[in-house]
Design a binder for this molecule. Structure first.
Ligand code: NAD
Ligand code: UFG
Length: 338
């Protein structure tokens, strides 16, 4: 089996590429390197025993994508490529809709023209919106999304479902990720955000390394066990292994499948701070700030459908997520080299 991985040089994509090759699956990477460094490709290569090709190409480049499909034997696609910063999407909605929605439309059209009808898509728990009560199950209503980034995910889910309804020879898997953190055990691959991190774990690791002097905790008056926001943090390697199962599923069965990829356990911001301090031995100073606009109190998955249908479940706990995030950050204080 040979899988085209769009956005394969990014955080989740790079970890997934390693696990695909470990599972005996061939890969071809497409990335425009907008939000990652080319050295992440070298880091993937150093961890696997088989060579693979990568192409520098934007998924919106129809001719470029068509050339790749004609040059390579591609059975299925795992589609990570996209922009992902919630705040930036509010400032730049056109760029987000163009990159994420238009990019996916071009990709799907090129796939269809080349007879490839199997795709795994990176969706997000954000599609569950503000009103569903955790644990979140795949059959809950989706779409009450409050920002352009989340809307792109919801819109792409709708597009893929309509595509399947129009032609049920497609095989489609929508994976709704919860909060990926952690890094490869080797310490050579991890999350490398540009500028000030938006997400909790990269912010904590940058405080730990001395790049930032304290963490701002956004709100301590939520209806949770300690007042801070509760999320379902999942180790990026568990998430990567979920993609191996999902691509095997679309190879085998036609359908439009939806799965939560989470642990089913919710931890608060302060739970994560404490777990990180224990794993790293470093104290994380923090200040309580106002709530961040658009945040909800609690968001965690019911991951039982993925267990029942993909035989997948997250195996790595919060302590391991913190240890691995810290190993990556402390061994690579400036992230990937240029
Ligand atoms: P990332 O930014 O590290 O990876 C995305 C990759 O796609 C980058 O390497 C980027 O250069 C590439 N890319 C972006 N636009 C492209 C384009 N037009 N053509 C070609 N390549 C392009 O992000 P990630 O955290 O690895 O996320 C991967 C996917 O998972 C994204 O679609 C994201 O929205 C989704 N997701 C992420 C999270 C999270 O918290 N990290 C949560 C839910 C869903
Ligand atoms: N938080 C802080 N301080 C920070 C950063 C985050 O207190 O500096 C808190 C947030 O308020 C929230 C928790 O830490 O309670 C997690 O925040 P993240 O930004 O790490 O993650 P979110 O749950 O807000 O968002 C993530 C992804 C989105 C995705 C969403 C789906 O980043 O792409 O999950 O639920 F849409």
């Amino acid at each position: 089996m040979s899988v085209l991985v769009t956005g394969g040089a990014g955080y989740i994509g790079s970890h997934t590429c390693v696990e695909l090759i470990n599972a005996g699956i061939d890969i071809v990477i497409v990335d425009n390197f907008y939000n990652c460094k080319k050295s992440s490709i070298d880091r993937i290569r150093a961890l696997v025993d088989r060579d693979f090709k990568y192409y520098e190409c934007d998924i919106r480049d129809r001719e470029g994508m068509d050339r790749i499909f004609k040059a390579e034997k591609i059975d299925s696609v795992i589609h990570f490529a996209g922009l992902k910063a919630v705040g930036e999407s509010v400032e730049k909605p056109l760029e987000y809709f163009d990159n994420n929605v238009n990019g996916t439309l071009v990709l799907l059209d090129v796939m269809r023209n080349n007879g490839c009808k199997k795709i795994v898509f990176s969706s997000s728990a954000t599609v569950y919106g503000m009103n569903n009560i955790s644990p979140l199950t795949e059959d809950m209503a989706v779409g009450g999304v409050t920002n352009p980034y989340g809307r792109t995910k919801y819109m792409i889910e709708c597009i893929l479902q309509d595509l399947y309804a129009s032609d049920n020879s497609w095989s489609i898997c929508l994976l709704r990720y919860f909060n990926p953190i952690g890094a490869h055990k080797s310490g050579t691959m991890g999350e490398d955000p540009n500028g000030i991190p938006n997400n909790l774990m990269p912010f904590i690791t940058q405080v730990a390394i001395g790049k930032r002097d304290h963490l701002n905790v956004f709100g301590d008056d939520y209806d949770t066990h300690d007042g801070t926001g509760v999320r379902d943090y999942i180790h990026v390697v568990d998430l990567a292994l979920g993609h191996v199962k999902a691509v095997q599923k679309v190879e085998k069965d036609n359908g439009c499948f939806i799965y939560n990829l989470g642990t089913g356990i919710g931890y608060s911001v302060l739970d994560v701070v404490k777990a990180f301090e224990k794993a790293s031995g470093v104290t994380i100073p923090y200040e309580i700030q106002a709530r961040r606009a658009g945040d909800i109190a609690t968001c965690y998955s019911d991951p039982s459908k993925a267990l029942a249908e993909l035989n997948w479940k997250a195996e790595r706990g919060l302590e391991e997520m913190c240890e691995d995030s810290w190993r990556w950050q402390s061994q690579n204080p400036n992230g990937y080299p240029d």
